[in-house]
Design a protein. Structure first.
Length: 148
């Protein structure tokens, strides 16, 4: 899940989207931000959840964001698993004893973050901000053309 308010050089599937229909000139860049929420049902420790949260930035980078000065990027990761002492001990031990097994979780986090960002751009509604600055959602048909 993302709340995106950031800029950069939009990239989709490795293809720069610089040829999209022109938008009105952006106001001078004074900073931007994104909030990312990563939820899993895996019984991960706080330390592993922190590592998972850091991987969300990889999905963010895939979309062209560089996290520059003034960027307020917030990432929250949590597990929905209800844990009591001894519950799911085997899974927890497997992940803590052999942390190499968590690599697919890192990959899924980056993929899901990228997908959530693109979804937020394709499904956005027209927005008028300060001083009448307006932005439109991404034109899906035009993006498809650029990807072909």
């Amino acid at each position: 899940l993302v709340q995106s308010n950031f800029g950069g050089r939009l990239t989709i599937a490795g293809v720069p989207m610089s040829d999209l229909e022109p938008q009105p000139p952006a106001p001078p860049h004074t900073g931007s931000s994104i909030m990312i929420v990563v939820a899993t049902d895996l019984p991960l420790s706080n330390r592993l959840l922190n590592r998972v949260a850091k991987r969300a930035t990889l999905g963010l980078a895939r979309t062209g964001s560089s996290g520059g000065h003034g960027s307020g990027d917030y990432i929250l990761a949590f597990s929905t698993t209800y844990r009591q002492e001894g519950d799911m001990l085997g899974i927890r031990l497997a992940l803590s004893d052999n942390e190499g097994e968590i690599d697919p979780v890192f990959q899924a986090t980056a993929d899901a973050t990228e997908e959530a960002i693109l979804n937020s751009l394709f499904q956005a509604e027209r927005m008028v901000g300060r001083d009448g600055n307006a932005r439109e959602k991404l034109p899906i048909d035009r993006v498809k053309e650029l990807l072909d």
